[in-house]
Design a protein around this ligand. Structure first.
Ligand code: NAD
Length: 382
């Protein structure tokens, strides 16, 4: 038996933020970050709350890749003035922090007869899809831990493209490649289904059609809207199908060397595609056929499975090059000495990551290490 769950109500398109004008609640807890305050986005939200007569407090101390201390601070603030509405406004880091705060507080105050607050997620990057996933990624020392629980699924996701126009090109590239990685990994996952396939295929097409425009013309509202939708659709795919070892390796790389999440995925993705397809072997796996099918549907050369897989890898590299992304982990400034000193630790983290079991090809320590070595050097597979 299988299951496919779509939880949040999704408000999307220009002015989707106006959904807040119809809210009813007593007290809101707004989780956000300093950038959202600086850009005036936090005020856009709190102004709507004021108009509705909803009391609120703002927790804006969330940094990228939130750690346990940020969650504990958020819990204390939320606990002191328990809300009936939680709003997360920001990138994946903010939304994940809000989820972890809510989840942890709920489980440490089980006896209190409190009601679970309504939860609204408003993403301001087009990347993680966290607004529709039951995942939250929290750092503990140098390790990114992936919490997975349906409790953390928002009730409403608001996708307003106006909120992503300000995302600078580098972050647009990183987060856009995260979307592609979610779709690709969900598509070949051991837990993929007809439902998740439909979403993954659409998300891949939207990324190849619109990411470059978002990168080159940040205020292109149509391209921004398409990428915002792609991010959410890919999120729906992977919250149901889970992910694979690109994410496992990226979590460890990000945890140890602070490489932004989407960039880490972009650095590892093509090596994992080649590995999953067994490109340098018989290239006959189901994953290989799926990659080739995607290549074909993108109009890329795919007369054979091997040609399709190679075309997909080339297309991913072209996308990265057009956005000036680093070609290797070395290019991100991580020194060879530091990288090899921490390699065994990262491999260990990747092996036990919760995304590893659904990778289409089973993987061992040696293979994970090889993938890291390839990504460090920027090996070409085409
Ligand atoms: P992020 O949330 O860390 O944000 C990156 C930077 O962009 C921050 O400095 C932020 O302030 C800034 N920013 C955000 N919105 C902006 C805007 N509109 N204009 C200008 N700047 C803006 O990046 P992210 O890629 O969205 O999230 C990454 C985090 O999400 C990682 O910790 C990753 O592990 C996690 N993640 C979670 C899931 C999930 O399902 N929960 C999935 C993938 C990744």
């Amino acid at each position: 038996m299988s299951e496919f769950l779509i939880k949040p109500k999704i408000q999307f398109g220009t002015n989707a933020l106006n959904f807040l004008a119809g809210l009813t609640a007593r007290r809101a807890f707004v989780v956000t970050d300093k950038a959202m305050v600086k850009f005036g986005f936090a005020n856009k939200v709190t102004d709507k709350l004021l108009q509705r007569g909803i009391e609120f407090q703002v927790y804006d101390d969330v940094a990228s890749d939130p750690d346990i201390s940020a969650i504990v601070s958020g819990m204390k603030m939320m606990d002191a003035n328990y809300p009936d509405l939680v709003i997360a406004l920001g990138g994946g880091s903010v939304i994940d922090a809000a989820k972890a705060v809510m989840y942890s507080l709920w489980h440490t105050r089980k006896e209190s007869n409190r009601v679970k607050p309504q939860f609204i997620a408003i993403p301001t990057t087009s990347g993680t899809g966290s607004e529709v996933t039951s995942f939250s990624v929290i750092k503990s020392r140098n390790e990114k831990l992936v919490l997975v629980d349906e409790f953390m699924l928002p009730d409403v996701a608001i996708l307003d493209p106006e909120l992503v126009k300000s995302v600078p090109p580098t972050i647009t590239a990183d987060t856009g490649m995260d979307v592609l990685c979610h779709a690709l990994e969900a598509y070949v996952s051991k837990a993929a289904s007809d439902f998740t396939d439909a979403m993954a295929e659409k998300a891949v097409k939207l990324v190849f059609s619109h990411l470059i425009d978002c990168h080159h013309q940040g205020d292109n509202l149509l391209a921004r809207e398409k990428m915002h939708n792609a991010s959410c659709i890919a999120g729906m795919a992977f919250t149901n199908a889970s992910l694979g070892i690109t994410h496992s390796l990226a979590h460890a790389l990000g945890g140890v060397f602070h490489v932004p999440h989407g960039r880490a995925n972009a650095l590892l993705m093509t090596h994992v595609v080649a590995f999953n397809a067994n490109l340098h072997g018989d290239c006959r796996s189901e994953a290989a056929q799926r990659y080739a099918y995607l290549a074909q549907s993108l109009g890329l050369p795919a007369n054979t499975v091997r040609e399709g897989v190679t075309s997909l890898i080339v297309a991913i590299n072209v996308l990265k090059d057009e956005m000036g992304m680093p070609k290797s982990i070395r290019d991100t400034g991580v020194s060879e000495a530091d990288f090899y000193t921490r390699l065994t630790e990262m491999v260990g983290q990747a092996l036990r990551d919760s995304c590893t079991p659904t990778n289409p090809r089973d993987v061992n320590t040696h293979q994970l290490e090889t993938l890291y070595r390839q990504a460090f050097a920027g090996v070409s597979h085409s």
